[in-house]
Ligand binder design. Structure first.
Ligand SMILES: Nc1ncnc2c1ncn2[C@@H]1O[C@H](COP(=O)(O)OP(=O)(O)O)[C@@H](O)[C@H]1O
Ligand SMILES: [Mg+2]
Length: 239
C-alpha cells in the first residue's frame, strides 16, 4: 500500500521555487530517504507534507486521502508525526513530560496523564534514552534531545514518521545508534521518511532514496542506484 504520495507538488517563496513539480511515493513499511544539498527544498517538502505549508499546486495523499491544505493537527491525528531539523522541545520541562505531551495532545484517542507518563517512559527506553528521565530537556546532549523528539513523535501513535536530519550534529557512534533506531522504528510497523544532508549516513538504512536539487527531483532509486548516479555525484561534488 502507498502510505504517502505526492503529485507535482510545488511551493514558491516569492519568485523562488523551493519545491517544483515533485512526484514521490512512500510504501507502507519502507524506510524512504530524501537527500540533497543545503537549500534543495527538503525541509520545505516536509512542511508541505505535515501541513505547515499548503502547496501552490499539486496534491499530497496520506493513506489514500488528500491531506494537502489540511491543518497540521489533523494530519497528525491521521497518523503522521515529525521531528524538526532544529530540535523543538520544551527546555524547562522534564524529558518524560516532553514525550508525554505527544500522547496527551497528538494521539487520536485521549489518555490520562498517568497513562501518558507510563507510555513516555517506555518510549524513552525504546529510543535508548539512558539518563534520568526527569532531567529538563534543555540540559540534555543533542543526541538525547533528538531521542526525546523521536519518542514524542512515536507517542502520538503515528504510523508514519518524518525525520528531518536526525543525524546532523551527532558523533559517529551516535549516528550509528540513530540508524539502528530508525530500523527498530520500522520494525515496530512505522513507515519512515528520512531527510539527510550527508548522503553516506543513510545509504545503509534506506530502501529507496530521492534526491532534490534546487527544488526539483533529480533522481530516485535504491541506495546503489543513487550512489552511482552521475547526476547525483555531480550535484554533490559541485557543492
Ligand atoms: N519560510 C521561508 N521563507 C522564505 N524562503 C524559505 C523559507 N523556507 C525555506 N526557504 C528557502 O527555500 C529553499 C529551500 O529551503 P529548505 O527547504 O529549508 O532546504 P533544505 O532543507 O533542503 O536545506 C531555500 O532557498 C530557502 O532559503
Ligand atoms: Mg532542511
Amino acid at each position: 500500500m502507498r502510505m504517502l504520495e505526492g503529485e507535482k507538488v510545488t511551493k514558491y517563496f516569492g519568485g523562488l521555487a523551493a519545491v517544483l513539480q515533485v512526484d514521490f511515493y512512500v510504501e507502507q513499511g519502507e524506510i524512504f530517504g530524501l537527500i540533497g544539498p543545503n537549500g534543495a527544498g527538503k525541509t520545505t517538502l516536509f512542511n508541505l507534507i505535515s501541513g505547515a505549508f499548503t502547496p501552490k499546486s499539486g496534491v499530497i495523499k496520506f493513506k489514500g486521502e488528500k491531506i494537502s491544505g489540511l491543518k497540521p493537527y489533523k494530519i497528525c491525528r491521521m497518523g503522521m508525526a515529525r521531528t524538526f531539523q532544529e530540535v523543538k522541545i520544551f527546555a524547562n520541562v522534564p524529558a518524560v513530560q516532553n514525550v508525554a505531551l505527544g500522547a496527551l495532545f497528538g494521539a487520536p484517542k485521549s489518555v490520562s496523564t498517568a497513562e501518558a507518563t507510563k507510555e513516555a517512559e517506555e518510549l524513552l527506553d525504546f529510543v535508548g534514552f539512558a539518563v534520568p528521565k526527569n532531567i529538563p530537556a534543555g540540559g540534555l546532549t543533542l543526541a538525547n534531545q533528538k531521542r526525546v523528539e523521536i519518542a514524542r513523535a512515536l507517542a502520538t501513535k503515528a504510523d508514519m514518521l518524518l525525520l528531518d536530519e536526525v543525524m546532523a550534529g551527532l558523533t559517529p557512534t551516535e549516528t550509528a545508534e540513530a540508524m539502528e533506531l530508525v530500523k527498530r522504528i520500522r520494525d515496530r510497523g512505522v513507515t519512515v521518511f528520512l531527510i539527510e544532508h550527508v548522503m553516506r549516513a543513510i545509504m545503509g538504512v534506506c530502501d529507496r532514496i530521492m534526491v532534490l536539487h534546487h527544488g526539483e527531483k533529480i533522481a530516485d532509486g535504491t541506495p546503489k542506484e543513487i550512489s552511482t548516479s552521475k547526476k547525483v555525484i555531480e550535484v554533490y561534488l559541485g557543492e
